[in-house]
Design a protein around this ligand. Structure first.
Ligand code: IPE
Ligand code: IPE
Ligand code: MG
Length: 226
């Protein structure tokens, strides 16, 4: 089984609109799907699931939607703690976490600490995450080093990213049908296989995950070789 799957959880709004529901109801349904996919991934033996929950660009949305999403993330982190413990899930976050509302920071820190001993699945949530921000933050961290070597290698650079301990995702899944990466994991996706599902995130279940994995198995990964 592959180690690391990254997912751009897109299409909550369209899912809701198609059903005459509010965008908030779409996000609510999307948050429930996180548990479904985390459980399925853990059962399949996937070790790391990185989920794009809020991008550095998502602040452009109306304040009411941003506030709803912040509350939802905080609530998810609080309410799903016992479920994470039962399923051996360890919560991890990546992004500019210090810029998030205190409520969100408190909830995720509490759940990260409480689940720190779990090892079946790492649930890595990209929160206020941008691929360019991550690269710029890494460069600034390098510039802060007191005794800096003249040149750095790719492996050195990798150590300054938000999650240096995680291997690159073998597979990127995007739901909602758009063919772009929207500033997600720019460094880490360099050789990931990409799978786009037309299903909106609230409709992306275990069956769709299995279809993505089957497609992955059929790919020939050449890494520039033959
Ligand atoms: C993804 O769903 C969730 C976030 C970006 C937080 P969207 O809200 O982008 O849903 P669509 O793309 O408008 O359907
Ligand atoms: C990407 O979805 C970000 C998340 C899923 C958190 P968006 O809906 O923000 O992406 P664009 O605007 O279609 O590129
Ligand atoms: Mg979208």
């Amino acid at each position: 089984m592959l180690q690391h799957i990254a997912i751009i959880m897109d299409g909550n709004g369209r899912w809701a609109q198609a059903r005459g529901l509010s965008r908030s109801q779409g996000h609510e349904a999307g948050s429930r799907q996180i548990s479904v996919i985390a459980k399925a991934a853990a059962e399949l033996g996937v070790k790391i699931l990185t989920l794009y929950a809020f991008s550095t660009e998502n602040w452009k949305r109306p304040a009411a939607e941003v506030n709803f999403l912040m509350g939802l993330i905080s609530r998810y982190s609080d309410e799903r703690l016992s479920e994470m413990q039962e399923n051996g899930v360890r919560l991890r976050c990546m992004g500019r976490i210090d810029q998030l509302p205190a409520l969100v920071r408190r909830s995720v820190h509490k759940t990260m600490q409480a689940t720190a001993g779990n090892s079946r699945l790492i649930l890595n949530i990209a929160l206020n995450y941008g691929g360019r921000a991550e690269i710029v933050d890494a460069v600034n961290a390098i510039l802060q080093e007191p005794r800096r070597a003249g040149r750095i290698s790719e492996a050195d650079f990798q150590r300054y990213l938000y999650a240096p301990e995680l291997p690159d995702p073998e597979l990127l899944i995007r739901t909602g049908g758009e063919l772009r990466i929207s500033n997600f994991l720019l460094w880490q996706l360099s050789y990931s296989e990409i799978y786009v599902s037309d299903k909106c995130w609230p409709d992306f279940g275990k069956e769709e995950l299995l279809a993505a994995l089957a497609e992955y198995e059929s790919r020939s990964r050449r890494y520039g070789g033959l």
